[in-house]
Structures are given as structure tokens and as C-alpha cells.
Design a protein around this ligand. Structure first.
Ligand SMILES: Nc1nc2c(ncn2[C@@H]2O[C@H](COP(=O)(O)OP(=O)(O)O)[C@@H](O)[C@H]2O)c(=O)[nH]1
Ligand SMILES: [Mg+2]
Length: 197
């Protein structure tokens, strides 16, 4: 069964967005919000869900990857070999206990040789919860700047961006979409340039 799934992955899709993050961060909620324009309480994603999203003119194939422990090691790191166009890493900003785990997994993703040129967007989600860390605090606690420097000594400002979001209230989602649009526009430009050469 796995072989068959794998062959689908190999297809060349223009704008592949990977939604990664620990279990319970809000990945599936985000995907559903994009598709349905409303907050829903999703059931647990077991494994992997690949969905087409057509939102405000952005055509994306979004890979919602289960965040359970057993999954991360076996699937996430292998999926990165497919070199997604964009990675969105979702964090539950109210879950202070998982900070270290988040940092560890974020580093694995960001420092993988397969994501060298992949823009990574970090969503400091669940901003509606009273004990949520701000995006700035989360960035510091997860040592995002250090990881970004390790990844790219020139610290390309495009390589990481952190946005505060709440998929419950919709806070920040518009801004994230605008940023994605900008990224997609750049991809298309690059593609055109390649074709002209
Ligand atoms: N308060 C709050 N809850 C959220 C938010 N986003 C997701 N959730 C809830 O967090 C839980 C986990 O969400 P889910 O999308 O399944 O996380 P996933 O494991 O990353 O796919 C669900 O109960 C969601 O309703 C948010 O921004 N604020
Ligand atoms: Mg899920």
C-alpha cells in the first residue's frame, strides 16, 4: 500500500505546502479553515491527508501530516525529500510543556539538507488562549533566530517568518495568506525565468 502512496508523492506539483507540527497544534483545523472558511473541531489525523485547496486564487496542495511521535521520525523526515515549496510549521503557543519538543523537531526540519531553500512559516497558533505566548516570545523560546543563522549564514529574511494566529477566531490568517501569495508569485517568476533560459 505504501508503495502506491509513494508514487503519488513523486508527481511534480507546482505549489506543495507541507503542514507540519506536533500533535494538537492545529494543522487540520487550519486546513479545514482554508477549505471551508470556518472553524471546525477536527478528529485526530492518523497519518497523512493530502488536500487541494483553492483559496483567493491560490491553488495549493496541502499535506497535513500527523504529528504523533511514531509518525514524525518515519514519515516527516522522509517527506522532506520531496522538497516542498513551502513548509508551514504550526505550534500550539499555549502549550509551554512542548516547547523543547517543538524546538527539536523544528530544527530537524529546518536543518534538513532537503529544505535548504524552502521558505518556512511558523504559526504561533492558539493566540486566543489566555496563556498563549506571543509570537516574539515563542520565537525566542524556540531559538528560531539561532536555527535560522545555522541554516543560512546570510540569514535570508525570507527563509523564516513567524506569524501569530488563531484558527478559532481567524486572527492572523489573512496575513499568512497574503504572505503565501507573495511567495507563490516569486515561485512563478523563478519558474518563468528558468523556462526562458
Ligand atoms: N483555542 C484554540 N483551539 C484551537 C486552535 N486551533 C486548533 N484548536 C484546537 O486544537 C485541537 C487540535 O487541533 P487539530 O487541528 O486537530 O491539531 P493537529 O493535530 O495539529 O491537526 C482541536 O481541538 C482544535 O479545535 C486555536 O487557534 N485556538
Ligand atoms: Mg491533524
Amino acid at each position: 500500500m505504501f508503495k502506491r502512496i509513494w508514487s503519488i508523492f513523486r508527481k511534480d506539483e507546482p505549489t506543495r505546502v507541507f503542514l507540519l507540527g506536533l500533535s494538537n497544534a492545529g494543522k487540520t483545523t487550519f486546513l479545514k479553515l482554508l477549505q471551508l472558511d470556518e472553524f471546525i473541531n477536527p478528529t485526530r489525523t492518523m497519518g497523512l491527508d493530502v488536500e487541494d485547496v483553492n483559496k483567493d486564487g491560490l491553488v495549493m496542495k496541502v499535506w497535513d501530516v500527523g504529528g504523533q511521535e511514531t509518525f514524525r521520525e518515519s514519515i516527516w523526515l522522509r517527506l522532506l525529500e520531496l522538497e516542498p515549496d513551502v513548509i508551514i510549521y504550526v505550534v500550539d503557543s499555549a502549550d509551554h510543556k512542548m516547547l523543547e519538543e517543538n524546538e527539536k523537531w523544528f530544527r530537524k526540519i529546518a536543518l534538513s539538507p532537503y529544505t535548504k531553500n524552502t521558505p518556512i512559516i511558523v504559526l504561533a497558533n492558539k493566540q486566543d488562549l489566555p496563556n498563549a505566548m506571543s509570537e516574539g516570545k515563542l520565537a525566542v523560546k524556540m531559538h528560531l533566530l539561532e536555527t535560522s543563522l545555522e541554516r543560512d549564514e546570510t540569514a535570508n529574511p525570507r527563509s523564516f517568518r513567524v506569524f501569530p494566529t488563531s484558527f478559532k477566531t481567524g486572527e492572523g490568517v489573512e496575513t499568512v495568506m497574503e504572505y503565501l501569495e507573495e511567495l507563490f508569485r516569486n515561485f512563478r517568476k523563478k519558474k518563468r525565468k528558468k523556462m526562458m533560459k
